[in-house]
Design a protein around this ligand. Structure first.
Ligand code: SF4
Ligand code: SF4
Length: 83
């Protein structure tokens, strides 16, 4: 199947591999364990790992820890979690 014109998956953050040095800080920052590191950088599965905790900063304040932790600006959150 030709996926070259596929829509981006908005359930996960946007990721710019050209900025990433695979440091792994985003995976450490994610409170849900939703990032699996590879030698090429993080793989995201946020929608599968969300625990809908009332203490979650992403839920309460719209902050996505992986995005604010990345020192190279490689991650851009593009969704807001709403209960
Ligand atoms: S924190 Fe940023 S630079 Fe480090 S692995 Fe994650 S996306 Fe890549
Ligand atoms: S958006 Fe939230 S759940 Fe997804 S990887 Fe980042 S911190 Fe984890």
């Amino acid at each position: 199947m030709d996926r070259s014109h596929a829509e981006p998956d908005i359930r996960v953050p946007a990721f710019d591999a050209t900025r990433c040095d695979a440091c792994g800080l985003c995976a450490l920052a994610c409170p849900c364990g939703a990032i699996r590191m590879t030698p090429q950088g993080p793989l995201f599965a946020c929608h599968a790992h969300c625990r809908h905790s009332p203490d979650c900063v992403a839920l309460k304040e719209g902050i996505q820890p992986c995005e604010i932790t990345c020192p190279r600006g490689a991650i851009e959150g593009r969704f807001q979690i709403r209960l």
